[in-house]
Design a protein around this ligand. Structure first.
Ligand code: HEC
Length: 207
């Protein structure tokens, strides 16, 4: 008994195998040939085209969500989630009584206190320091230069006692302790924001 195998034809085999993706089929055209190396103009595989167009669509959606529609960034989401923790920390340090840099920093992360400080700033400070904090009659509060020190406790001392011979009123007695703390908490959020058109630097540079 013998098995009669068909004679192997090399001409047939390529056509049956070349139904896959990216292999040359008879309809492919050679677009370049240099030194016997041929470049074909093959149809791009569907999986490749799919990821290509999906990446473009994702990019468009991403751009509109974050750049145009104000989608929440991961930093903003983190700050929102941390709010209860920071507010509790601020309340704890405030209850402890001592006005320390850490306590004022904690207040500046508590959105409720910062909002209170902002409205106090709007009614008491804007006339001399401008709405952006860029300064005018008063110093620029958004740069990294400070006449009387840029540390939280130094700013608190300046706002409380003022610099009356230079035209900066003392706010401590007028606003009281809690509201002075709140307005300082707001001022701390302005530091190093470099409001456009702000008054030129005065004092020494601090980071
Ligand atoms: C009548 C104008 C005036 C008002 C109102 C005013 N300031 Fe000032 N402020 C000044 C002037 C002027 C200076 C600069 C003092 C100097 O040259 O030493 C100053 C300086 C400061 C500084 C120190 C800046 C530095 O570089 O060290 C802080 C902080 C400050 N003001 C916060 C406030 C806050 C907060 C309020 C509102 C509660 C306020 N100021 C309201 C005029 C004002």
């Amino acid at each position: 008994m013998s098995i009669q195998s068909a004679p192997h034809t090399h001409t047939e085999a390529p056509h049956t195998l070349q139904t896959g993706i990216g292999v040359d089929t008879p309809q492919d055209t050679v677009v370049h040939a240099v030194d016997g190396i041929e470049e074909y103009d093959n149809r791009l595989p569907n999986w490749w085209l799919f990821t290509f167009y999906a990446a473009i669509a994702f990019g468009v959606v991403y751009y509109f969500h974050y750049q145009m529609l104000g989608g929440e960034t991961s930093i903003a989401a983190y700050e929102r989630e941390m709010q209860p923790v920071w507010a509790a920390e601020a309340a704890r340090l405030r209850a402890a009584g001592a006005v320390t840099p850490a306590m004022l920093q904690a207040l500046s992360r508590d959105q409720r206190i910062v909002a209170e400080g902002q409205s106090l700033y709007t009614s008491n400070c804007v006339s001399c320091h401008s709405a952006t904090g860029g300064g005018g009659i008063g110093a620029n509060l958004t740069d990294s230069f400070w006449i009387h020190g840029g540390r939280a406790d130094q700013i608190y001392r300046t706002v409380t006692s003022g610099v009356t011979n230079k035209g900066m009123p003392a706010w401590g007695a007028q606003l009281g302790v809690e509201r002075t703390q709140a307005v300082v908490a707001y001022v701390l959020t302005l530091r190093n924001t470099n409001a456009p058109g702000g008054r030129s630097a005065q004092g020494t540079r601090e980071e």
